[in-house]
Design a binder for this molecule. Structure first.
Ligand SMILES: [Fe+2]
Ligand SMILES: [Fe+2]
Length: 135
């Protein structure tokens, strides 16, 4: 069974965003799987970097949509993304300078964060954008 399983309740009702969330879930699972298989620093570091890059791309996609449709909580939501980005970059630095087991915490942290963020913060803009005709 996957470390992190996609559930229908994660859907925000917008295809592009749901697909990106699914991809993030898959990437977190990939990181976890690599850890479980005892992969080395290079492999883990690569997966982590891809995950960080894709997270940046995903955040930009959400922010672009929220800004385009004048989402009222856009600024707060963007700040939450910025805080997560800082935190992950900090964790990545620690990973680079310490034990590879540190990436277990990174995977766990990202899973918890994404889970909460989708269900609470991202789901809030779904109905707003859907009403504006985004699907
Ligand atoms: Fe999101
Ligand atoms: Fe978000």
């Amino acid at each position: 069974m996957s470390f992190f399983t996609w559930k229908d309740e994660y859907s925000v009702g917008i295809r592009e965003i749901d697909d990106q969330h699914k991809k993030l879930v898959a990437m977190i699972n990939e990181l976890h799987q690599a850890l479980a298989n005892g992969k080395g620093r290079d492999v883990l570091g690569n997966i982590l970097q891809q995950l960080i890059d894709y997270t940046g791309y995903h955040f930009s996609s959400e922010e672009r949509l929220m800004e385009k449709y004048d989402y009222p909580d856009y600024v707060d939501h963007k700040q939450i993304h910025a805080r997560l980005t800082d935190k992950v970059l900090e964790l990545q630095k620690e990973f680079e300078s310490s034990d590879v087991k540190r990436s277990i915490e990174v995977a766990r942290f990202l899973q918890d964060w994404l889970n909460k963020h989708i269900l609470q913060t991202d789901k809030a803009f779904g109905p707003f954008l859907t009403k504006k005709g985004v699907s």
